[in-house]
Every structure is written in C-alpha cells, then in structure tokens.
Design a protein around this ligand. Structure first.
Ligand code: SAH
Ligand code: SF4
Length: 343
C-alpha cells in the first residue's frame, strides 16, 4: 500500500483520500486545518482522538522536517538548513524587505545541471522535493519566526523545471485561497533554461515572474559556464522566453552573474543588449558569490559600466543587492559547511 502524502494535497484531494478513513467530514476539515498551521506530526493534532491519529499514521506519511541549523546575518537575512526524513539536507533563506518577508526555497536536494560557478551543482543530485516539502520550508520558517511571508522565490537549491510536476502542484497549493494564499504575482521562479518546460509552464498562464539564468551574451561563453546550453542554446532559450511573454504577458527577468574576465566586458554588454533588444525584459546583474571554483567576481567598476551600456540601449538593469555575505550567502553554501572536508 502506498501511503498518502496529505501535505502535498489540496482540501478536495485530502477529502477524497481520507473519506474512507476518517468517515466524518468535520474530522477531515480538522486535519486540513492542522496542516495549514504547519504542525510537524499527527500527534500535534490534539483535537483528534488518539485512535484516529493512529489510523492516520497507518495510512498516511508525515515526513519529518526539522531545522538543523540557522544563521542570522548582520542584515537580518536568515539562512536555514533543514533535515528531511531520509537525512537529505536542503536550505532556505528568509529576507526582510520594506514591503515584508520574502523566502527563497529549494526545489530539489542537489541539482543535476552542473553549472560551474554553483556549489549546489558541484554537489550533484540526490532527489526531487515533494510539493509538501516545498510548503514545509515556508511553514517552518513562519512558525519559527512568528511571521507571515508575502513573497516566495524558487531560487534555492535545485532546478525547479527539472522537478516540473511537483513544482506546478506546489505553485497551485501555495497560491490557493484555501491554502497559504500567496498570490502568483508574489512568486518568482528561476530556471537555468529548461526550454521544453518553459513552453509547458507558459501554457499554464500562471502570472508568476520568470527569472532566466542567462549569464552570457553568446553560446561560446554560456557553454563554458552552463551544461544546459548544450541541450538548448541561447536562441532556443530566447524563443521560449518570447513565447512565455506572449502567453503570460509578464516581462522576464534575466539573471546575469558577473565573473571577472569571462562575461563582464563592455563587448559582452553590447552583445547582450543587441540580443535582448525589443524584448519585454529586465536584466539583474549578480555579483559572483565566491563559491567553490577559481572564478573571481567582477570589480564594482565593471559591473556599473556593464549596467550603463545596457541602460544606454534601453534595457532596464539592476544590480542585485548582496545579502548575507557574512553567513555564506551563496546558493548551497550553508549545507556545504556541514559536509566534512574529506568527503
Ligand atoms: N536552478 C535555478 C535556480 C536556483 S540557482 C537557476 O539556476 O536559475 C539560483 C540563482 O543563483 C541562479 O541565477 C544561479 O545562477 C545563481 N548562482 C549560483 N551560484 C552562484 C554564485 N556562486 N554566485 C552568484 N550567483 C550564483
Ligand atoms: Fe543547478 Fe541553478 Fe546551481 Fe545551475 S545554478 S547547478 S541550475 S542550482
């Protein structure tokens, strides 16, 4: 018998799955309310008689999910390391902005995509996260900090579009008024460019912000940095982005990590500007976070010059605020600090 994962389900799916188990409808509503509160076990569902809790344990899973580590930076960014039922570890980052709290969540334990500047990529892939494990990251932090999160970005460990079905289910749960009720306009999804899934996602017409990790102005440089460019090149990626814009009507945010001597020259900026000209988009320049490799971040002056060239060509450009540098802010680094050096 495959056990039921009620934390990955909406109310009507839970009602159907539990109808023969709990019999009375109000009991199902009680279970759902506990799930929305983010409890971490059936035993916390205290208004359910013990025998019903035991019955639930028999038919359903409630995978453990606990905070293994937490680091608070001087700028009040909080980085969490969570341990999952099977011992895998993932991380999430809470950021405070003027308008509220934003959380960056993981969608996979590890990542297959192997981008050379990324520590998660270096660590390899373990498994996909379930929709429930994505929801749990938000609930656990809300409970721990006693706050309400208003924005969610899928930009932690993993490639969201390589876990497409679970991520779509998660987006539906997250935005549902009967669940966490965080509207799609407050959600961003970052992809390294899994083109086939960008088309699928566009057809869903979810009004989320799509961030695309471009990181290069031509295929020669991009192929050096990102393995995914050998499956889909820049032209194929941009065609998919244009399709997304036409279906969803929202501008794309292109992420561009600035690496000294590799992709940060004025020529690269000019080439990027001509490639993106006319597209409904925005470019976000990211200072490289020193990770595992022998790459160096671009000097500030090169980043500003790059920005000015893009803006001179009419392309809206921002430089990402670097958060949490004192607590190893880069993708994958908190987890990395827990892995013994010899392994
Ligand atoms: N897999 C998705 C989302 C997770 S990575 C993606 O690649 O888009 C989130 C972002 O962090 C991506 O834009 C990625 O390129 C960036 N990133 C990874 N390693 C980095 C580093 N060392 N410094 C700066 N940004 C990094
Ligand atoms: Fe995976 Fe994104 Fe890291 Fe590339 S940058 S290895 S896609 S997590």
């Amino acid at each position: 018998m495959e056990k039921i994962d009620i934390r990955s389900m909406n109310f009507s799916e839970i009602s159907k799955a539990l109808s023969g188990i709990l019999e009375k409808n109000y009991r199902i509503r009680q279970v759902y309310e506990w799930i929305l509160k983010g409890v971490s076990s059936f035993d916390e569902m205290t208004n359910l008689p013990k025998e019903l809790r035991e019955k639930l344990k028999h038919y359903c899973v409630f995978p453990s999910f606990h905070i293994k580590d937490k680091k608070i930076s001087q700028d009040l960014t909080v980085k969490y390391l969570f341990e999952l039922e099977d011992g895998e570890c993932i991380e999430s980052v809470l950021m405070k902005y003027k308008h509220g709290y934003s959380i960056c969540i993981s969608t996979q334990a590890g990542c297959k995509m192997g981008c050379c500047f990324c520590q998660t990529g270096k660590g390899g892939f373990s498994r996909n996260l379930t929709p429930g494990e994505m929801i749990s990251q938000i609930q656990a932090i809300q409970r721990d900090m006693n706050i309400k999160i208003s924005n969610v970005v899928l930009m932690g460990m993993g490639e969201p579009l390589d876990n497409y079905e679970n991520v779509v289910k998660f987006l539906e749960l997250l935005s549902s008024s009967d669940h966490l009720n965080i509207g799609m306009r407050h959600i961003s999804l970052s992809t390294c460019g899994v083109v086939s899934k960008i088309y699928k996602l566009a057809d869903k017409k979810f009004p989320i912000t799509l961030s695309v990790s471009l990181h290069a102005s031509n295929d020669y440089i991009r192929s050096k940095l990102m393995k995914v460019n050998s499956s889909w090149n820049i032209k194929e990626l941009l065609d998919a982005c244009k399709y997304f814009i036409s279906r969803v009507g929202r501008r794309i945010s292109f992420e561009y990590v600035m690496i000294k001597g590799l992709n940060d020259s004025p020529e690269c900026a000019k080439e990027l500007a001509s490639t993106l000209k006319g597209m409904l988009c925005h470019v976000n320049l990211i200072p490289l976070n020193k990770s595992v490799v022998e790459l160096e971040k671009s000097p500030k002056a090169s980043i500003y010059k790059f920005k000015n060239i893009l803006e001179g060509q009419g392309i809206a450009t921002t430089i990402r605020r670097t958060l949490a540098e004192d607590i190893e802010g880069a993708c994958g680094q908190l987890k990395g600090s827990h892995i013994p050096k010899e392994v």
